[in-house]
Write a protein that binds this ligand. Structure first.
Ligand SMILES: NC(=O)c1ccc[n+]([C@@H]2O[C@H](COP(=O)([O-])OP(=O)(O)OC[C@H]3O[C@@H](n4cnc5c(N)ncnc54)[C@H](OP(=O)(O)O)[C@@H]3O)[C@@H](O)[C@H]2O)c1
Length: 316
């Protein structure tokens, strides 16, 4: 595996979605700059990754088991890497959770933090001593715009990403002293299995302990709006992976990388009003009072971002 000049990149959560794409894109780098340790918690799911990796499999990409929620699993994986050396860590593994908080058990809420926050922290703690010793390294976190802006009915998921943002913002300053960079990749909606898994969970829930109005808002206002946002603004995992690879390739990597320009104005609302009312009330009004304006904005975005205009300018 890692030959002269190659950087070892460990990616978590490569069984599907963004992690799979990042691992494959790095492994297929035309200049063979990366040796990729593509990890997943359940090796029974490795087929999709192996197929996508093609010729790079067992050349510039190896698949290993790693559950970010287990100390033993992390240690076992790192000990199997020559000199336990990781040059770039990509913390991608994550789970979602949606629904009224009354209906979600404390244990289920903790699971989100165990994976999205403590899982990533566990990985960082495991690679940091060696990176510090070598005075080199790059820690990449697949965060989310929900780490910057809370979203209705995503309370705990957003909190886990906010926690990660705060943790990394603090760490980034300390680590520059050791020539170690931290980068937060902040996608908006991405069309992966993530949303599907959430919808499956929601379809099974009867929302115990939740009042009828909240259930109605969740089902009749939030779910259709969320679906519309994914259809209109959703990026492909491939696009998010490309943005991530670009950050990894930087000599002086940026701290933040928002991958979806359509989402940037929504984040800007938060910083435009230090009292915080602008974003809270804008989101509230768009969802509950001006549903028509919300649909109109989404349709406008669909028009602006579709290929119609380009086709008209450049007829085939
Ligand atoms: N999709 C979106 O709209 C979106 C938007 C912004 C940010 N993100 C973030 O992007 C990252 C990747 O999500 P995705 O969209 O690519 O979804 P995905 O296809 O569901 O991928 C999530 C990956 O994380 C893995 N994972 C979950 N728990 C794990 C654990 N304990 N140890 C190791 N791996 C674990 C999953 O493995 P299994 O197959 O075993 O479950 C899967 O490989 C997540 O951190 C997510 O929060 C997603």
């Amino acid at each position: 595996m890692a030959g002269g000049g190659q950087r070892t990149v460990l990616v978590t959560g490569c069984s599907s979605g963004i992690g799979l794409q990042i691992a494959v894109q790095l492994a297929q780098d035309p200049n063979r700059r990366y040796c990729v340790i593509a990890t997943m918690r359940d090796l029974k799911k490795k087929e999709k990754l192996e197929e996508a990796a093609g010729n790079s499999l067992n050349d510039t990409l190896v698949v290993k088991r790693l559950d970010v929620c287990s100390d033993e699993s992390v240690a076992e994986c790192l000990n199997s890497i020559p000199n336990c050396r990781v040059d770039v860590l990509v913390n991608n593994a994550g789970i979602g959770q949606i629904g009224p908080i009354e209906s979600i058990s404390m244990d289920d809420m903790r699971k989100v933090f165990e994976t999205n926050f403590f899982g990533a922290v566990r990985m960082i703690k495991a690679v940091l001593p060696d990176m510090k010793r070598r005075r080199a390294g790059h820690i990449v976190v697949i965060s989310s715009v929900m780490g910057l802006q809370g979203v209705i009915f995503n309370d705990v998921y957003a909190a886990s990403k906010f926690a990660m943002e705060g943790f990394c913002e603090s760490l980034a300053v300390q680590l520059l002293q050791f020539n170690i960079f931290v980068s937060m990749v902040e996608p908006g909606p991405v069309n992966t299995e993530f949303e599907m898994k959430l919808m499956e969970e929601v379809s099974r829930s009867e929302f115990p302990g939740t009042d009828v109005d909240t259930i109605r808002y969740f089902k009749e206002v939030y779910l259709p709006a969320s679906h519309e946002i994914f259809v209109t603004m959703g990026q492909s995992p491939n696009t998010v992976a490309k943005a991530t690879v670009k950050v990894i390739n930087m000599a002086q990597p940026n701290f933040r990388c928002q991958t979806n320009v359509l989402y940037t104005p929504l984040i800007a609302l938060k910083y435009a009003d230090e009292k915080g009312n602008l974003s809270v009330r804008t989101f509230y009004n768009l969802l509950f009072n001006f549903g028509t304006l919300f649909h109109f904005s989404m349709n406008l975005l669909k028009c602006i971002t579709c290929n119609c205009f380009r086709r008209r300018v450049n007829p085939a």
